[in-house]
Design a protein around this ligand. Structure first.
Ligand code: PLP
Length: 480
Protein backbone atom coordinates (compact mmCIF):
# COMPACT_ATOMS: atom_id res chain seq x y z
CA UNK A 1 0.00 0.00 0.00
CA UNK A 2 1.44 3.32 -1.05
CA UNK A 3 1.78 6.14 1.43
CA UNK A 4 2.49 9.58 0.09
CA UNK A 5 4.15 11.77 2.65
CA UNK A 6 4.51 14.59 0.14
CA UNK A 7 1.02 15.51 1.08
CA UNK A 8 0.82 14.48 4.70
CA UNK A 9 -2.64 13.98 5.98
CA UNK A 10 -2.89 14.90 9.56
CA UNK A 11 -5.72 15.48 11.91
CA UNK A 12 -4.81 17.63 14.81
CA UNK A 13 -7.50 17.36 17.40
CA UNK A 14 -5.71 18.77 20.38
CA UNK A 15 -3.57 21.83 20.95
CA UNK A 16 -0.36 19.89 21.46
CA UNK A 17 0.94 21.07 18.14
CA UNK A 18 -0.11 22.77 14.92
CA UNK A 19 -1.01 21.07 11.67
CA UNK A 20 2.31 22.23 10.16
CA UNK A 21 4.27 20.74 13.03
CA UNK A 22 2.32 17.52 12.78
CA UNK A 23 3.01 17.36 9.05
CA UNK A 24 6.72 17.96 9.62
CA UNK A 25 6.84 15.28 12.28
CA UNK A 26 4.88 12.99 9.98
CA UNK A 27 7.55 13.32 7.31
CA UNK A 28 10.32 12.67 9.75
CA UNK A 29 8.59 9.70 11.35
CA UNK A 30 7.30 8.44 8.03
CA UNK A 31 3.89 8.27 9.61
CA UNK A 32 0.66 10.11 9.29
CA UNK A 33 0.31 11.93 12.55
CA UNK A 34 -3.16 11.74 13.90
CA UNK A 35 -3.27 13.62 17.15
CA UNK A 36 -1.66 14.21 20.44
CA UNK A 37 -3.73 12.99 23.35
CA UNK A 38 -5.70 10.63 21.18
CA UNK A 39 -6.68 8.72 24.27
CA UNK A 40 -9.14 11.11 25.82
CA UNK A 41 -12.87 11.67 25.34
CA UNK A 42 -13.86 13.69 22.32
CA UNK A 43 -10.37 13.54 20.95
CA UNK A 44 -10.53 9.78 20.88
CA UNK A 45 -13.80 9.77 18.97
CA UNK A 46 -12.40 12.18 16.39
CA UNK A 47 -9.23 10.17 16.21
CA UNK A 48 -11.05 6.92 15.67
CA UNK A 49 -13.13 8.48 12.92
CA UNK A 50 -10.06 9.87 11.21
CA UNK A 51 -8.12 6.65 11.54
CA UNK A 52 -10.99 4.63 10.11
CA UNK A 53 -11.44 6.98 7.17
CA UNK A 54 -7.69 6.84 6.45
CA UNK A 55 -7.82 3.08 6.48
CA UNK A 56 -10.96 3.00 4.37
CA UNK A 57 -9.04 5.16 1.90
CA UNK A 58 -6.49 2.40 1.63
CA UNK A 59 -3.81 3.66 3.94
CA UNK A 60 -1.85 1.02 5.78
CA UNK A 61 -2.59 1.40 9.51
CA UNK A 62 1.08 0.95 10.32
CA UNK A 63 1.72 4.28 8.62
CA UNK A 64 -0.43 6.04 11.15
CA UNK A 65 0.81 7.29 14.46
CA UNK A 66 -1.69 8.27 17.09
CA UNK A 67 -0.33 9.74 20.24
CA UNK A 68 -1.78 9.26 23.69
CA UNK A 69 -0.71 10.20 27.16
CA UNK A 70 -0.69 6.73 28.65
CA UNK A 71 -0.12 3.14 27.66
CA UNK A 72 -3.62 2.36 28.89
CA UNK A 73 -5.21 4.94 26.62
CA UNK A 74 -3.04 3.73 23.77
CA UNK A 75 -4.27 0.18 24.31
CA UNK A 76 -7.91 1.25 24.52
CA UNK A 77 -7.76 3.29 21.37
CA UNK A 78 -6.07 0.53 19.44
CA UNK A 79 -8.67 -1.95 20.67
CA UNK A 80 -11.64 0.21 19.68
CA UNK A 81 -10.41 0.68 16.13
CA UNK A 82 -9.43 -2.97 15.87
CA UNK A 83 -12.85 -4.23 17.02
CA UNK A 84 -14.59 -1.85 14.63
CA UNK A 85 -12.72 -3.54 11.77
CA UNK A 86 -13.71 -6.93 13.12
CA UNK A 87 -17.34 -5.76 13.09
CA UNK A 88 -16.90 -4.62 9.51
CA UNK A 89 -15.52 -8.01 8.61
CA UNK A 90 -12.10 -6.54 7.77
CA UNK A 91 -9.87 -8.99 9.66
CA UNK A 92 -6.84 -7.97 7.59
CA UNK A 93 -7.13 -4.37 8.75
CA UNK A 94 -7.94 -5.42 12.29
CA UNK A 95 -4.71 -7.38 12.34
CA UNK A 96 -2.71 -4.52 10.88
CA UNK A 97 -4.18 -2.19 13.49
CA UNK A 98 -2.87 -4.39 16.26
CA UNK A 99 0.63 -4.03 14.96
CA UNK A 100 0.56 -0.34 14.56
CA UNK A 101 0.53 3.26 15.31
CA UNK A 102 0.00 4.05 18.93
CA UNK A 103 2.69 5.76 20.90
CA UNK A 104 2.61 7.40 24.30
CA UNK A 105 3.29 11.08 24.53
CA UNK A 106 6.53 10.42 26.41
CA UNK A 107 7.94 8.07 23.86
CA UNK A 108 6.85 10.41 21.14
CA UNK A 109 8.27 13.57 22.74
CA UNK A 110 11.55 11.86 23.44
CA UNK A 111 11.89 10.86 19.82
CA UNK A 112 11.20 14.40 18.64
CA UNK A 113 13.55 15.76 21.25
CA UNK A 114 16.18 13.28 20.22
CA UNK A 115 15.89 14.30 16.59
CA UNK A 116 16.17 17.96 17.60
CA UNK A 117 19.13 17.20 19.83
CA UNK A 118 20.96 15.49 17.00
CA UNK A 119 20.33 18.50 14.79
CA UNK A 120 21.65 20.74 17.56
CA UNK A 121 24.78 18.64 17.91
CA UNK A 122 23.87 17.31 21.35
CA UNK A 123 24.33 13.78 22.54
CA UNK A 124 21.04 11.96 21.91
CA UNK A 125 21.60 9.50 24.73
CA UNK A 126 18.05 9.62 25.98
CA UNK A 127 15.96 6.90 27.36
CA UNK A 128 12.36 6.68 26.28
CA UNK A 129 10.39 6.96 29.45
CA UNK A 130 7.52 5.07 30.86
CA UNK A 131 4.54 6.86 32.28
CA UNK A 132 3.96 7.35 35.96
CA UNK A 133 6.82 8.74 37.97
CA UNK A 134 8.94 9.55 34.98
CA UNK A 135 9.31 13.21 35.92
CA UNK A 136 10.56 12.58 39.40
CA UNK A 137 12.78 9.75 38.22
CA UNK A 138 14.46 11.81 35.53
CA UNK A 139 14.89 14.81 37.83
CA UNK A 140 16.43 12.55 40.47
CA UNK A 141 18.80 11.01 37.92
CA UNK A 142 19.86 14.47 36.78
CA UNK A 143 20.32 15.61 40.39
CA UNK A 144 22.50 12.60 41.16
CA UNK A 145 24.57 13.06 38.02
CA UNK A 146 25.26 16.75 38.62
CA UNK A 147 25.90 16.28 42.35
CA UNK A 148 28.43 13.56 41.53
CA UNK A 149 30.08 15.76 38.93
CA UNK A 150 30.34 18.64 41.41
CA UNK A 151 31.43 16.37 44.25
CA UNK A 152 28.57 17.39 46.56
CA UNK A 153 26.13 15.30 48.59
CA UNK A 154 22.95 16.44 46.91
CA UNK A 155 21.48 18.88 44.41
CA UNK A 156 17.88 19.91 43.74
CA UNK A 157 16.72 20.40 40.16
CA UNK A 158 14.38 23.32 39.46
CA UNK A 159 12.87 25.03 36.45
CA UNK A 160 15.42 27.85 36.07
CA UNK A 161 18.37 29.59 37.66
CA UNK A 162 16.02 32.30 38.85
CA UNK A 163 13.82 29.71 40.59
CA UNK A 164 16.95 28.29 42.24
CA UNK A 165 17.93 31.76 43.48
CA UNK A 166 14.42 32.45 44.75
CA UNK A 167 14.30 29.20 46.71
CA UNK A 168 17.80 29.94 48.01
CA UNK A 169 16.70 33.32 49.38
CA UNK A 170 13.76 31.61 51.08
CA UNK A 171 15.96 28.85 52.48
CA UNK A 172 18.08 31.52 54.14
CA UNK A 173 14.92 33.20 55.47
CA UNK A 174 15.92 36.55 54.01
CA UNK A 175 12.93 38.88 53.88
CA UNK A 176 11.38 42.20 54.81
CA UNK A 177 13.88 44.57 56.44
CA UNK A 178 16.90 42.42 55.57
CA UNK A 179 19.79 43.69 53.49
CA UNK A 180 21.98 41.48 51.34
CA UNK A 181 25.26 42.62 49.81
CA UNK A 182 25.52 41.77 46.14
CA UNK A 183 27.02 42.76 42.82
CA UNK A 184 25.60 45.45 40.53
CA UNK A 185 27.43 43.83 37.60
CA UNK A 186 25.27 40.78 37.03
CA UNK A 187 22.19 39.47 35.32
CA UNK A 188 19.13 41.04 36.91
CA UNK A 189 17.86 37.78 38.48
CA UNK A 190 20.51 37.92 41.22
CA UNK A 191 18.89 41.09 42.56
CA UNK A 192 15.29 40.24 41.68
CA UNK A 193 15.37 37.10 43.81
CA UNK A 194 15.84 39.33 46.86
CA UNK A 195 13.06 41.69 45.80
CA UNK A 196 10.65 38.73 45.46
CA UNK A 197 10.98 38.23 49.21
CA UNK A 198 11.04 41.97 50.02
CA UNK A 199 14.69 41.85 51.05
CA UNK A 200 16.86 44.75 49.90
CA UNK A 201 19.77 44.25 47.53
CA UNK A 202 22.63 46.45 48.73
CA UNK A 203 25.05 46.77 45.85
CA UNK A 204 28.77 47.02 46.37
CA UNK A 205 31.43 47.46 43.72
CA UNK A 206 33.33 44.70 41.94
CA UNK A 207 37.02 43.94 41.46
CA UNK A 208 38.68 45.50 38.43
CA UNK A 209 40.12 42.32 36.96
CA UNK A 210 37.57 39.63 37.84
CA UNK A 211 34.42 41.81 37.88
CA UNK A 212 33.28 39.75 40.89
CA UNK A 213 32.10 41.16 44.23
CA UNK A 214 34.99 43.01 45.90
CA UNK A 215 35.43 41.58 49.43
CA UNK A 216 36.93 44.87 50.69
CA UNK A 217 33.95 46.85 49.35
CA UNK A 218 31.60 44.29 50.89
CA UNK A 219 33.36 44.54 54.27
CA UNK A 220 32.99 48.31 54.19
CA UNK A 221 29.27 48.03 53.42
CA UNK A 222 28.22 45.70 56.24
CA UNK A 223 25.57 47.47 58.28
CA UNK A 224 23.12 46.75 61.05
CA UNK A 225 20.55 45.20 58.74
CA UNK A 226 22.99 43.15 56.70
CA UNK A 227 22.04 39.47 56.87
CA UNK A 228 23.87 37.99 53.94
CA UNK A 229 26.12 37.96 50.91
CA UNK A 230 25.04 37.05 47.40
CA UNK A 231 28.23 36.86 45.32
CA UNK A 232 27.87 36.25 41.58
CA UNK A 233 30.59 34.29 39.77
CA UNK A 234 30.24 36.56 36.80
CA UNK A 235 31.17 35.39 33.31
CA UNK A 236 32.31 32.14 34.93
CA UNK A 237 35.08 33.69 37.02
CA UNK A 238 35.19 32.25 40.56
CA UNK A 239 34.43 34.88 43.19
CA UNK A 240 36.82 35.40 46.11
CA UNK A 241 34.95 32.95 48.34
CA UNK A 242 37.59 32.46 51.09
CA UNK A 243 37.59 36.22 51.84
CA UNK A 244 33.81 36.46 51.56
CA UNK A 245 33.29 33.46 53.83
CA UNK A 246 35.64 34.98 56.37
CA UNK A 247 33.56 38.19 56.25
CA UNK A 248 30.35 36.18 56.61
CA UNK A 249 31.69 34.30 59.63
CA UNK A 250 32.84 37.53 61.28
CA UNK A 251 29.37 39.09 60.98
CA UNK A 252 27.16 36.01 61.12
CA UNK A 253 25.95 36.38 57.54
CA UNK A 254 24.35 33.78 55.28
CA UNK A 255 25.73 33.12 51.80
CA UNK A 256 23.93 32.37 48.57
CA UNK A 257 26.29 31.86 45.64
CA UNK A 258 25.00 32.73 42.19
CA UNK A 259 26.98 30.27 40.09
CA UNK A 260 24.49 30.41 37.22
CA UNK A 261 27.26 31.39 34.80
CA UNK A 262 30.01 29.36 36.42
CA UNK A 263 29.44 25.62 36.21
CA UNK A 264 32.91 24.12 36.04
CA UNK A 265 34.84 27.06 37.48
CA UNK A 266 37.47 26.32 40.12
CA UNK A 267 38.27 28.72 42.96
CA UNK A 268 41.50 29.93 44.51
CA UNK A 269 41.56 26.94 46.86
CA UNK A 270 41.16 24.49 44.01
CA UNK A 271 37.48 23.74 44.76
CA UNK A 272 34.75 23.56 42.18
CA UNK A 273 32.41 26.54 42.36
CA UNK A 274 29.24 25.48 44.14
CA UNK A 275 30.97 22.80 46.23
CA UNK A 276 32.09 24.83 49.25
CA UNK A 277 29.14 23.98 51.46
CA UNK A 278 27.21 27.20 50.80
CA UNK A 279 23.85 27.30 49.07
CA UNK A 280 24.76 27.65 45.40
CA UNK A 281 22.69 27.97 42.24
CA UNK A 282 23.24 26.94 38.63
CA UNK A 283 21.30 27.67 35.44
CA UNK A 284 20.88 25.68 32.23
CA UNK A 285 19.37 28.10 29.75
CA UNK A 286 20.54 27.52 26.18
CA UNK A 287 23.51 29.92 26.38
CA UNK A 288 25.00 28.22 29.45
CA UNK A 289 27.94 25.79 29.66
CA UNK A 290 25.39 22.97 29.58
CA UNK A 291 21.74 23.28 28.79
CA UNK A 292 18.38 21.70 29.45
CA UNK A 293 16.59 24.33 27.38
CA UNK A 294 15.43 25.99 30.58
CA UNK A 295 16.46 24.70 33.96
CA UNK A 296 18.34 25.23 37.18
CA UNK A 297 19.88 23.46 40.15
CA UNK A 298 20.46 24.42 43.75
CA UNK A 299 23.02 22.82 46.02
CA UNK A 300 21.60 22.56 49.56
CA UNK A 301 23.65 22.72 52.76
CA UNK A 302 22.09 19.65 54.37
CA UNK A 303 19.31 17.08 54.16
CA UNK A 304 16.65 19.18 55.90
CA UNK A 305 17.29 22.06 53.59
CA UNK A 306 17.13 19.73 50.59
CA UNK A 307 13.72 18.48 51.76
CA UNK A 308 12.43 22.05 52.13
CA UNK A 309 13.71 22.97 48.66
CA UNK A 310 12.10 19.87 47.12
CA UNK A 311 8.83 20.68 48.83
CA UNK A 312 8.83 24.37 47.85
CA UNK A 313 9.62 23.58 44.21
CA UNK A 314 6.63 21.22 44.21
CA UNK A 315 3.75 23.37 45.51
CA UNK A 316 4.62 22.78 49.15
CA UNK A 317 4.30 19.00 49.13
CA UNK A 318 6.67 16.84 51.08
CA UNK A 319 8.01 13.89 49.10
CA UNK A 320 5.64 11.44 50.78
CA UNK A 321 2.54 13.59 50.24
CA UNK A 322 -0.29 13.13 47.77
CA UNK A 323 -0.92 15.46 44.85
CA UNK A 324 -3.49 17.51 46.75
CA UNK A 325 -1.64 17.66 50.06
CA UNK A 326 0.37 20.74 50.92
CA UNK A 327 1.91 21.76 54.21
CA UNK A 328 3.69 24.99 53.31
CA UNK A 329 3.74 27.73 50.70
CA UNK A 330 5.19 26.36 47.50
CA UNK A 331 5.73 27.09 43.84
CA UNK A 332 5.70 25.17 40.60
CA UNK A 333 9.45 25.25 40.08
CA UNK A 334 9.74 21.61 38.98
CA UNK A 335 12.09 20.73 36.15
CA UNK A 336 10.25 18.82 33.44
CA UNK A 337 11.23 15.22 32.80
CA UNK A 338 12.22 16.08 29.26
CA UNK A 339 14.59 18.79 30.45
CA UNK A 340 16.00 16.49 33.14
CA UNK A 341 16.64 13.76 30.54
CA UNK A 342 18.57 16.30 28.49
CA UNK A 343 20.47 17.26 31.64
CA UNK A 344 21.58 13.67 32.26
CA UNK A 345 22.97 13.45 28.73
CA UNK A 346 24.63 16.86 29.02
CA UNK A 347 26.39 16.06 32.30
CA UNK A 348 27.94 13.06 30.55
CA UNK A 349 29.61 15.36 28.07
CA UNK A 350 30.14 18.34 30.36
CA UNK A 351 33.90 17.92 30.59
CA UNK A 352 34.29 17.93 26.84
CA UNK A 353 31.95 20.93 26.47
CA UNK A 354 34.02 22.89 28.99
CA UNK A 355 37.28 21.90 27.31
CA UNK A 356 35.95 23.03 23.96
CA UNK A 357 34.79 26.39 25.35
CA UNK A 358 38.22 26.94 26.90
CA UNK A 359 39.88 26.14 23.56
CA UNK A 360 37.74 28.74 21.76
CA UNK A 361 38.60 31.29 24.47
CA UNK A 362 42.32 30.57 23.98
CA UNK A 363 42.00 31.09 20.23
CA UNK A 364 40.33 34.44 20.89
CA UNK A 365 42.98 35.47 23.37
CA UNK A 366 45.79 34.73 20.94
CA UNK A 367 44.20 36.53 18.02
CA UNK A 368 42.98 39.53 19.98
CA UNK A 369 46.45 40.17 21.43
CA UNK A 370 47.08 41.99 18.14
CA UNK A 371 44.43 44.66 18.77
CA UNK A 372 45.90 47.65 20.51
CA UNK A 373 44.27 48.78 23.74
CA UNK A 374 41.77 45.89 23.82
CA UNK A 375 41.53 43.96 27.11
CA UNK A 376 40.65 40.27 27.04
CA UNK A 377 39.14 38.37 29.99
CA UNK A 378 41.61 36.67 32.32
CA UNK A 379 41.41 32.85 32.23
CA UNK A 380 42.32 32.52 35.94
CA UNK A 381 45.10 33.23 38.35
CA UNK A 382 46.84 30.69 40.61
CA UNK A 383 44.44 27.80 41.20
CA UNK A 384 41.51 29.76 39.82
CA UNK A 385 39.97 28.53 36.59
CA UNK A 386 37.33 30.47 34.73
CA UNK A 387 34.53 28.40 33.24
CA UNK A 388 33.97 30.12 29.93
CA UNK A 389 30.41 31.38 29.67
CA UNK A 390 30.64 34.34 27.29
CA UNK A 391 33.64 35.94 25.66
CA UNK A 392 33.50 39.59 26.65
CA UNK A 393 36.27 42.04 25.83
CA UNK A 394 36.89 45.57 27.09
CA UNK A 395 37.16 47.97 24.17
CA UNK A 396 40.11 50.37 23.91
CA UNK A 397 39.71 53.72 25.69
CA UNK A 398 37.72 56.14 23.57
CA UNK A 399 36.29 53.49 21.24
CA UNK A 400 32.66 54.07 20.25
CA UNK A 401 30.96 50.84 21.31
CA UNK A 402 27.64 51.44 19.56
CA UNK A 403 29.43 52.23 16.32
CA UNK A 404 31.60 49.12 16.75
CA UNK A 405 28.52 46.96 17.25
CA UNK A 406 26.89 48.53 14.18
CA UNK A 407 29.99 48.01 12.02
CA UNK A 408 30.30 44.40 13.11
CA UNK A 409 26.60 43.87 12.39
CA UNK A 410 27.08 45.27 8.86
CA UNK A 411 29.69 42.55 8.36
CA UNK A 412 27.30 39.90 9.63
CA UNK A 413 28.75 39.55 13.13
CA UNK A 414 26.51 39.82 16.18
CA UNK A 415 27.92 41.40 19.32
CA UNK A 416 26.36 42.86 22.41
CA UNK A 417 26.94 45.49 25.08
CA UNK A 418 27.23 43.18 28.06
CA UNK A 419 26.20 43.67 30.86
CA UNK A 420 24.16 46.71 31.89
CA UNK A 421 24.51 47.53 35.60
CA UNK A 422 21.55 46.33 37.61
CA UNK A 423 21.41 49.31 39.97
CA UNK A 424 20.58 51.61 37.05
CA UNK A 425 17.40 49.80 36.00
CA UNK A 426 14.33 51.97 36.75
CA UNK A 427 12.90 49.84 39.55
CA UNK A 428 16.25 49.75 41.35
CA UNK A 429 16.76 53.47 40.93
CA UNK A 430 13.58 53.75 42.96
CA UNK A 431 15.59 52.33 45.86
CA UNK A 432 17.90 55.34 45.53
CA UNK A 433 20.63 54.00 43.24
CA UNK A 434 22.33 56.39 40.81
CA UNK A 435 25.15 56.60 38.25
CA UNK A 436 28.60 57.01 39.71
CA UNK A 437 28.06 54.88 42.82
CA UNK A 438 30.00 51.84 41.56
CA UNK A 439 32.74 53.14 39.26
CA UNK A 440 34.43 49.81 38.55
CA UNK A 441 31.19 48.07 37.59
CA UNK A 442 29.96 51.05 35.61
CA UNK A 443 33.22 51.36 33.64
CA UNK A 444 33.13 47.64 32.84
CA UNK A 445 29.53 47.96 31.79
CA UNK A 446 30.33 50.91 29.49
CA UNK A 447 33.30 49.24 27.77
CA UNK A 448 32.35 45.57 27.56
CA UNK A 449 31.43 43.87 24.36
CA UNK A 450 30.40 40.21 24.08
CA UNK A 451 31.64 38.49 20.92
CA UNK A 452 30.18 35.38 19.27
CA UNK A 453 31.08 32.38 21.42
CA UNK A 454 30.01 28.75 21.25
CA UNK A 455 31.80 25.41 21.69
CA UNK A 456 31.75 24.42 18.03
CA UNK A 457 33.34 27.70 16.90
CA UNK A 458 36.15 27.07 14.43
CA UNK A 459 39.50 28.81 14.24
CA UNK A 460 38.45 30.39 10.95
CA UNK A 461 35.31 31.80 12.57
CA UNK A 462 37.27 33.20 15.51
CA UNK A 463 39.76 34.68 13.10
CA UNK A 464 37.05 36.33 11.07
CA UNK A 465 35.46 37.92 14.16
CA UNK A 466 38.86 39.22 15.29
CA UNK A 467 39.74 40.65 11.87
CA UNK A 468 36.39 42.36 11.62
CA UNK A 469 36.71 43.73 15.13
CA UNK A 470 40.15 45.17 14.30
CA UNK A 471 38.67 46.78 11.19
CA UNK A 472 35.65 48.09 13.10
CA UNK A 473 38.01 49.73 15.59
CA UNK A 474 39.95 51.35 12.73
CA UNK A 475 43.04 49.22 13.33
CA UNK A 476 45.33 47.44 10.87
CA UNK A 477 44.49 43.86 9.84
CA UNK A 478 45.84 41.24 12.23
CA UNK A 479 48.86 39.32 10.95
CA UNK A 480 47.96 36.00 9.31
C1 PLP B 1 24.32 35.46 36.85
C2 PLP B 1 22.97 34.89 36.54
N1 PLP B 1 22.11 34.68 37.54
C3 PLP B 1 20.90 34.15 37.32
C4 PLP B 1 20.48 33.80 36.06
C5 PLP B 1 19.09 33.28 35.88
O1 PLP B 1 19.02 32.04 35.27
P1 PLP B 1 17.71 31.62 34.42
O2 PLP B 1 17.72 32.42 33.17
O3 PLP B 1 17.89 30.16 34.21
O4 PLP B 1 16.55 31.92 35.28
C6 PLP B 1 21.35 33.99 34.99
C7 PLP B 1 20.93 33.62 33.62
O5 PLP B 1 21.37 34.12 32.63
C8 PLP B 1 22.62 34.55 35.23
O6 PLP B 1 23.47 34.79 34.21
Amino acid sequence: MQLSLDLPMCAVVSDEFTAEQAAAIGRREERLIVTANAGSGKTRVLTERFVRSCIDDGIDPSAILAITFTEKAAGELRERVRSRFVELGRRDLAQATEAAWVSTIHGFCMRVLKANAVTAGLDPAFEVLDEGDARALRAAAFERALAAWLGVEDAVAVSSGTAALHLGVRALDWGEGDEVLTSPFSFVASANCLLYEHARPVFVDVEEETLDLDPAAAAAAVGERTVGLLPVHIFGYPAAMPALEELATRHGLGILEDACEALGAVDSEGRKVGARGNLATFAFYANKQMTTGEGGMIVPRDGDEAARLRSERNQGRAVDMGWLDHDRLGFNYRLSDLAAALGVAQVEKLDSLLTRRAAVARMYEERLAGIEGLRTPVPGSGSEVRSWFVYTVRLPQGADRDATIARLAERGIASKAYLPCIHLFPNLRELGYREGQFPVAEAASAESLALPFFPAMSEAQVDRVCQELAAALGQAPLPA
